[in-house]
Design a protein. Structure first.
Length: 304
């Protein structure tokens, strides 16, 4: 009997708690007087003007929830009820608090302005943001705190991969692999999704891509082979030049005017990201300085 009574007491408490939660939710809705909708809008980042109906129809994502940016980020945030502030949160950290609002057509409106660089959005990466809306209704309906709602948005970097499907070549192509595999957009770096050279002793192994135009190269991502032999891709040079490489030895290329040499002593990762390069270039080459036969094996190369 005692056990039955205990169970009944627990059930009563749970039911009371559920009723209390429902009552709380009703009171929240009552405090906001039904005005609990949140809105986020922005111009097309590629054109700087509002999306057209045709552009929206062509998208494979909802620009109210995520979008791609290369520089400025200008978002308009709106709520139906009066706001106290909006906190901008990334990874549970408040990065900004917005306190200025304008009443426009019955909505309370604010703007979030930043850039991918200021937010630290890596090239080709994503940056999730939660906008926490706190309403100015302290004390209404007996509450000693303000109501809070939130809205999520995903910022994505839209820097193009300059190397994608551009003309590429290698010192040799072995074991059924091809130079073009290393810049086809596929980062699956298991054989045969790689370029694999096999040059004789004393010949430098290399792979290069022609970007077809001179660009400000900011970052290069190098994807090492993943199914085996990853230890081989180490102690390699990454050369950048506006002009074609006129020689095929490391020493000769280093002596060529206008060539940037980024030497990597550690084993390449998946990927290794060479960042903050900021060098003008059209040709990018990865090369060994080889006195012994060395296999150059690369899964993918991205240039931004």
């Amino acid at each position: 009997m005692k056990n039955i009574l205990s169970i009944l007491v627990v059930l009563s408490l749970v039911i009371m708690g559920c009723e209390k939660e429902l009552d709380y939710q009703f009171k929240i809705d009552d405090r906001l007087k039904g005005k609990d909708q949140l809105f986020l809008s922005h111009a097309n980042p590629r054109t700087g003007v509002d999306y057209t109906v045709e552009e929206l129809a062509a998208l494979e994502y909802d620009p109210k929830k995520e979008d791609f940016f290369t520089g400025p980020i200008n978002l308009t945030l709106s709520a139906e009820a009066k706001l106290l502030n909006i906190q901008v949160i990334n990874n549970n950290e408040v990065i900004e608090t917005i306190n200025d609002f304008t009443e426009v057509n019955g909505l309370y409106e604010a703007t979030f302005n930043s850039t991918v660089n200021d937010l630290g959005v890596g090239i080709g990466e994503s940056f999730p943001i939660t906008f926490k809306f706190t309403y100015d209704n302290l004390g209404e309906d007996g509450f000693n705190y303000n109501a809070v709602l939130s809205l999520d948005f995903l910022i994505r970097d839209d820097s193009p991969n300059l190397a994608l499907n551009k003309p590429s070549r290698a010192s040799s192509e072995a074991y059924g692999t091809f130079a073009a595999t290393a810049n086809d957009g596929n980062t699956n770096s298991n054989y045969p999704n790689i370029v694999h050279t096999a040059d004789p002793i004393g010949v430098d192994s290399w792979w290069e891509v022609d970007l077809e135009n001179v660009h400000n190269i900011r970052q290069i991502n190098i994807y090492n082979r993943t199914d085996c032999c990853s230890e081989l891709l180490t102690d390699y040079h990454v050369f950048i030049s506006e002009e074609p490489f006129t020689e095929n030895s490391v020493a000769a290329i280093q002596a060529q005017p206008g060539v940037t040499d980024i030497f990597q002593t550690s084993i390449a990762g998946h990927p290794t990201k060479l960042t903050d390069i900021n060098v003008m270039g059209r040709f990018v080459r990865i090369q060994f300085d080889s006195t012994d036969a060395q296999f150059l094996e690369i899964g993918e190369v991205e240039v931004y």
